[in-house]
Design a protein around this ligand. Sequence first.
Ligand code: HEM
Length: 220
Amino acid sequence: MRLNKQHWAVIKLLVFTLSLLPFFELLFDGINDQLGANPIETLHFGFGDWALRFLCIGLALTPIKIIAGQSWPVRFRRMMGLFAFFYASLHLLVYVVLDLSLSWTALIDEAPKSPYILAGLVTYLLLLPLALTSTQSMQKRFGRYWLVLHRLVYVAAITALVHYFWLVKKDYTQPLIYAAVMTMLLAVRIYKFYQKQMRRVKTRSPGLRQKKTTNNEISR
Ligand code: HEM
């Protein structure tokens, strides 16, 4: 079945609603006093976890496209990226508003002292321009530089992992799982890039050979 514009609009609305569920779940638990013994920590960690999950989902879409040979996964790339930014903003907001009593200066003071806070801040500052330039009009305005700018997402994925590894004290299982997933996703992209380069070299070489023989013939 070929999906038309309306089908895609419905599917996008569904994915959008599903992506908001973690937010409403945490909000609902907060309102009903069901966030456990340390509600601020539950909220803060919950939003941080979801920011990282959406970053992974966003990064997984192109490899899924490559493996499945279907173009539809990339339709959701922008939405997933924006949700990663949305949850990262809530994660930061909970920390500054509830943990640091709205003191942004405390955050600036804290960053050089705690490397994991610095890594979190760097990740957030990398995601910010990506979110701000994610619209189609911005894509047109930036032209080919837009792609270069949006490659920052790989740097953000690495700094997000550094943030997680640095803050964990004992059990590294979770950050290791994220690191393994991201490595696999990157490996698929590197493999595809390598294949493309090889194909380019192969298609170029017959022309080169032909040029060389023509040159030889001329010189003879
Ligand atoms: C200004 C930006 C950020 C600040 C200040 C910040 C700060 C923090 C702090 C204080 C913790 C808890 C550490 C602890 O008590 O052990 C934490 C946990 C975490 N953060 Fe961030 N963070 C920032 C950005 C980010 C971003 C952009 C992401 C993901 C894309 C992220 C993902 C996480 C994750 C996954 C956790 C661990 C949650 C868990 O253990 O379940 N953070 N962050």
